[in-house]
Ligand binder design. Structure first.
Ligand SMILES: C[S@@+](CC[C@H](N)C(=O)[O-])C[C@H]1O[C@@H](n2cnc3c(N)ncnc32)[C@H](O)[C@@H]1O
Length: 346
């Protein structure tokens, strides 16, 4: 699986990103942003080294502010067959997932109102900060965490689980198949939830109603889109959310009764140190007092700067959680599984 952190952002991305930013800003911030945009347009007309540097600084600041994509809950379509329409399925570790190359060819218009599929393809980027955060593809630490959950025999029965930064949602699907009482999926991008996560949940949990225990013994899923039939009650245990972490955390915390998770699963979500504060606060807000976070990550993300030790230090400085590295994987780029719990938890 290739690993690309390419921060190329084309002109159109800024305009959409501007829209997200403006959506959530105060009137003063909006005015400031418009003035910045006008300034940027002027700069484009009369470039000078000083002004070009100012433009670059403004754009960098704007990109940092962009991580405020509003949170929303996604409803589950009545007709589940629609969810798998035009999808081709592949199998990995006994789980079905929609084939990304087909999504890249077929997903456009309303199905990708964020435009992230075309932007990711045209910029050859797996990440466009504040616009697309990588959820279309399955990242390798997901497989590490799936292995760890199985080796460590993590018990999901009757637990409330959050797959944070879910992308394909395979971790949440494992929890669902392990008889979790509730599994909630969150991704930054709404296109990812609708076109990847939801179809994957339907593909794995509906037709055959398979449980995690008989997953290995069952037939491999066919590549053809399946008819969704069987036990839609599995979906009544699921909820789907998109948006930036602090926004999602606010949405979930405001729900009555207030939601707390026994287990939070999260893979490849600590690559960008700019997001650490929002991520840390989200975990602190949403984790049950005696809950556990299982976080899978590369030790270091070259080009972006984040990684296990930086996040560990960040957590230590905040003094809310205790951490332990429960597994290290040395093949290829070094990777780790980190367990996180509240300092005063049992
Ligand atoms: C590199 S992808 C990993 C996807 C998936 N967990 C995997 O391992 O295949 C990072 C994920 O973290 C989430 N994410 C990153 N930064 C975020 C932010 N600031 N707010 C909300 N979600 C974010 C995105 O949803 C994205 O899918």
């Amino acid at each position: 699986m290739d690993f690309r952190f390419d921060f190329a952002v084309d002109e159109n991305e800024n305009s959409e990103a501007d829209a997200h930013f403006l959506l959530l800003c105060s009137p003063e911030q909006k005015q400031e942003s418009r003035e910045r945009s006008r300034g940027s347009a002027d700069l484009a007309a009369k470039p000078s080294p000083k002004l070009a540097a100012a433009k670059h600084q403004d754009e960098a600041a704007l990109k940092k502010n962009l991580c405020v994509k509003a949170a929303k809950e996604h409803s589950i379509p009545q007709d589940l067959n629609k969810v798998l329409e035009n999808k081709v399925l592949e199998t990995v570790l006994g789980l079905s997932h929609v084939k990304l190359s087909v999504v890249e060819r077929t997903c456009s218009g309303d199905a990708d109102s964020e435009g992230i599929v075309s932007k990711s393809v045209s910029s050859h980027s797996d990440l466009i900060p504040g616009v697309y955060e990588g959820g279309l593809k399955i990242w390798e630490c997901t497989y590490d965490l799936m292995d760890y959950l199985s080796e460590a025999e993590i018990e999901f029965t009757n637990k409330t689980v959050l797959d944070l930064g879910c992308g394909a949602g395979l971790l949440g699907i494992v929890a669902l198949q392990g008889e979790a009482a509730r599994v909630h999926f969150q991704d930054y991008n709404s296109t990812v939830i609708d076109e990847i996560t939801l179809p994957n949940v339907v593909a794995n949990c509906i037709s055959e109603g398979r449980s995690g225990k008989d997953r290995k013994a069952s037939k491999p899923p066919s590549k053809r889109p399946r008819k969704a039939e069987g036990s839609p009650d599995v979906l009544s245990r699921c909820r789907f959310f998109s948006g930036e972490w602090s926004q999602v955390s606010q949405l979930l915390s405001n729900s009555k009764p207030c939601l707390k998770y026994d287990i939070i699963l999260t893979s490849e979500t600590i690559y960008n140190p700019d997001y650490y504060s929002a991520l840390h606060d989200t975990l602190a807000q949403l984790l049950d007092g005696n809950g556990r976070v299982y976080l899978a990550s590369k030790v270091h993300y070259f080009g972006v700067g984040g990684g296990v030790y930086l996040f560990e230090k960040f957590i230590e400085d905040k003094n809310v959680f205790k951490t332990s590295l429960v597994k290290t994987i040395d093949q290829g780029l070094q990777r780790c599984i980190m367990e996180i719990a509240f300092k005063n938890s049992c």
